[in-house]
Design a protein around this ligand. Structure first.
Ligand SMILES: [Zn+2]
Length: 532
């Protein structure tokens, strides 16, 4: 079937009727679609060794963003930033030099020797070459949470200015289901939130106590993620308003520190779960000084616009981060972290969708913004920068569709959608037009990719995934164990039948959102709402 007919069928089906196509016919249609060739071409290029794992601020960044911008240009899309496809994203790249994280905490009952790497991992977002903190007092702040909507403020009644706060990982709901959202971790449970809050409270430093289970990963992940090269955004205050250092301390070392202050870890964990918990000084002090191996560089988001017609001042946004970990510690002799699934596949997805829009011959009513962001792996930095400096107004941004790790993925008979806003119905229509079962779920979309940056500022996002009902029994998506490893590589034997389904689905969703009179709105019970 040719492309024109496919598209026409797609539109008629999505807008007029719900057809339950036979799976055979559907897979035939998918096989003959041009999408698969386009998708595979982009992912094989971006995930090749020539792109060096696409680490921000390396020569491979230039190669990567040039490739994406080149594709946008070839498709006839307009630069989204004046006459440029690029948006500058200033980043600090900071590493506390080896052994810099050693310090000794003097408590009532003795000294705790904290050793860099084994016991703690700390770093700074400041640009200063030297960080010097004298005689800083340690304060136990429970979970380190100030959450008015849950009636919870661990910082109530205590001044932590110039002090070092020690906070437990996760949120109280992890231990007591009646608190917060129970086992489903809220953003307040994330270490990144605890760092932000400690800065807002004026603390000198913050240590999050690492515990495998509530953190959901081991100390080795902390070591691998933050000991070297910590990328940070540069904020409007040049980061001077942030804590002087932040990081992690092991549960074992924190327990020792608590004991030397006269408390047991278990006792403090229990106390921190009580609604009437009050933070308090551990009456323990330390000098913390280290050399900051720092450089400042400019990374880039890549953005292009397909202008709409009568509603062209409003935007539907497709996002996917382009960055990955670059060249690092070899595993089985391979040092290039290609990030084929994470996230060459997502970038290829938005390039494939951009091609579908560009070749349509019909313009959508609203404009479409294609946005490939940097430094997602360093915790959503490119998308955070974008929402602080949006290229199109956030209140005119109708909805965001984000892609992270879209392939390989086998075809399924079902689609799962986090149904938190009125785009819900478009996903249902599109899924049913593919003859697939629509499964709305109420659970949160999580914090681990760029949609969250948009959620935080109230822009509705759409996060769908293929369900578990496989068209081909035994078909496989991403191999186990390749996540964030050099083995996340592209291969021609990738099963992308589900990826292609998802491209068709979300292209259709974006098309519908771009053409309907009404905007997308959060449901009243959603955890996020438009900013007034
Ligand atoms: Zn990713």
């Amino acid at each position: 079937m040719n492309k024109g007919k496919y598209l026409l069928l797609g539109f008629l089906a999505t807008q007029l009727l719900s057809v339950s196509a036979q799976p055979e016919r559907r897979s035939e249609r998918l096989k003959t679609s041009v999408d698969e060739t386009t998708f595979r071409k982009h992912v094989s290029v971006l995930a090749s060794d020539e792109y060096g794992g696409r680490k921000p601020l390396t020569p491979y960044e230039q190669k990567t963003i040039d490739y994406i911008a080149g594709e946008f240009r070839n498709l006839g899309l307009k630069p989204a930033n004046g006459n440029s496809y690029f948006q500058d994203v200033p980043l600090v790249d900071a590493t506390v030099k080896a052994k810099g994280g050693n310090f000794v905490v003097k408590g009532k009952k003795g000294r705790t020797v904290v050793r860099d790497y084994d016991d703690d991992i700390i770093w700074t977002a400041h640009k200063d070459k030297k960080i010097n903190i004298k005689n800083a007092e340690f304060v136990f702040v429970g979970f380190g949470i100030n959450a008015p909507e849950y009636g919870w403020n661990d910082y109530d009644g205590i001044d932590v200015k110039d002090k070092v706060v020690v906070a437990l990982v996760n949120d109280p709901g992890y231990y007591d289901q009646s608190l917060f959202d129970g086992k489903q971790m809220t953003y307040y449970g994330r270490w990144i939130y605890k760092f932000e809050e400690a800065s807002r409270q004026g603390a000198a430093g913050v240590l999050v106590v690492h515990d495998d289970r509530p953190a959901t990963y081991g100390w080795n992940v902390v070591q691998a993620s933050w000991w070297e090269h910590n990328l940070e955004l540069v904020n409007d205050n040049d980061n001077r308003d942030l804590v002087l250092f932040k990081g992690w301390i092991t549960k074992a070392k924190a327990s020792e520190l608590f004991e030397k202050a006269g408390y047991s870890y278990d006792e403090l964990l229990k106390r921190a779960q009580r609604k009437d918990f009050k933070s308090f000084s551990l009456q323990s002090k330390a000098d913390i000084s280290f050399v900051n191996n720092v450089s400042v560089g400019i990374s880039h988001n890549v953005a292009a616009i397909l202008p709409g017609t009568d509603l062209k001042d409003e935007y539907v946004v497709y996002t996917a981060h382009w960055d990955h970990f670059g060249i690092g510690k070899p595993v089985n002799g391979d040092s290039i972290y290609n990030g084929a699934s994470d996230n060459a596949s997502g970038v290829s997805t938005i390039l494939t969708i951009a091609k579908k829009f560009a070749e349509l011959g019909v313009k959508p009513r609203r404009s479409i913004l294609f946005l490939s962001v940097t430094a997602e792996e360093a915790v959503l930095l490119g998308s955070q920068h974008y929402v602080m400096h949006p290229l199109v107004p956030l209140d005119k941004t109708v909805a965001v569709l984000n892609y992270d790790g879209t392939g390989p993925s086998p075809a399924t008979y079902d689609v799962v959608n986090h149904a938190q806003n009125t785009a819900d119905k478009y996903v249902r229509i599109a899924a049913e037009s593919q003859g697939r079962k629509y499964i709305p779920v109420k659970s949160n979309t999580g914090y681990r990719s760029d949609h969250f940056s948009f959620n935080r500022v109230g822009v509705p996002t759409i996060v769908t995934r293929n369900g578990g009902s496989l068209v081909k029994e035994g078909a496989r998506g991403r191999k186990p164990g390749v996540y964030h490893q050099p083995s996340d590589e592209y291969s021609d034997d990738w099963d992308v039948s589900g990826t292609i389904q998802n491209i068709g689905l979300t292209f259709s969703v974006g098309w519908q959102i771009a053409n309907m009179d009404e905007k997308v709105e959060w449901y009243p019970d959603a955890p996020y709402q438009r900013k007034k």
